[in-house]
Design a binder for this molecule. Structure first.
Ligand SMILES: [Zn+2]
Length: 254
């Protein structure tokens, strides 16, 4: 994988047109499929609503988001209701977050997020477009990146350096157990992963996770048994090889 962009046609006048051309071409020539390890991704015809690339080998789809600044808490995405429908049917694309440098004309940072990290609480509904807009009434969405556990953002390029592909595939494979949970069960699992991440230590106690009880009951208001739910998610995380039980209510991240 090379990080540099190829030549841009001289006919392009706007920076956004150039950036789109550069980043899409770069992904088509350089990006591999982290789901199965296939060495290329194929591009969909332009303007397909929900995905930009797909893997010919495993069929996984990818959506590419590119910008020159670092990604913040959220990133704008397509139509809200389409997005939510695809979450429900488990057909969301994986996400590629590409940050590039205009000056150096290269990829600076690139992370991939497996599709099963996208649950309803990570998607925000945007207000409908005003009546004066060309697409009046259209409802868009934001992906809330800060609701995705950090372990779900797998680095491929870091500060211009390309990571070993094997490491990327291993990280992706280690998270596959999440895919086996569906609907609200997956939402719970990801929220507990986020709580564990916020504790900020690789060794922690059950009591540390219980500190998030109120936050979790606000996210899942229909559930009155938050503590048993937390323990259940910790077991799923252990069975998935994400953490270890040390005994006496102590845990360690693997
Ligand atoms: Zn694949």
């Amino acid at each position: 994988m090379k990080t540099g962009f190829s030549e841009t046609p001289a006919s392009f006048v706007s920076a956004s047109q150039t950036a789109r051309f550069d980043t899409e071409n770069w992904a088509e020539s350089n990006m591999f499929c982290p789901n199965c390890g296939c060495s290329t991704l194929a591009r969909y015809p332009a303007n397909r609503p929900v995905a930009d690339f797909y893997c010919d080998q495993c069929g996984d789809q990818y959506e590419l988001k590119s910008q020159s600044s670092a990604f913040g808490r959220k990133v704008a995405d397509g139509a809200y209701y389409t997005k939510i429908e695809r979450l429900a049917s488990d057909t969301s694309p994986n996400l590629i977050l590409l940050q590039y440098s205009r000056v150096h004309r290269r990829v600076e940072n690139l992370t991939v997020v497996p599709r099963y990290f996208f649950v309803p609480q990570a998607i925000e509904r945007r207000p409908p477009l005003r009546s004066t807009a060309r697409r009046a009434g259209w409802v868009g969405s934001n992906i809330l990146l800060d609701r995705i556990p950090l372990s779900g953002r797998i680095a491929v390029v870091q500060s211009g350096l390309v990571r070993d592909r094997r490491e990327v595939l291993d990280e992706w494979n280690r998270l596959r157990f999440i895919e086996e949970r569906h609907g609200e069960a997956r939402g719970w699992l990801l929220e507990v992963m986020r709580c564990v991440q916020m504790i900020g230590r690789s060794d922690f106690a059950l009591a540390d996770v219980y500190l998030f009880e109120r936050e979790l009951s606000a996210i899942f208001p229909r559930n009155n048994n938050v503590r048993p739910k937390i323990r259940q998610q910790l077991q799923v995380l252990r069975d998935g090889g994400y953490l270890e039980f040390l005994g006496n209510g102590r845990y360690s991240l693997c």
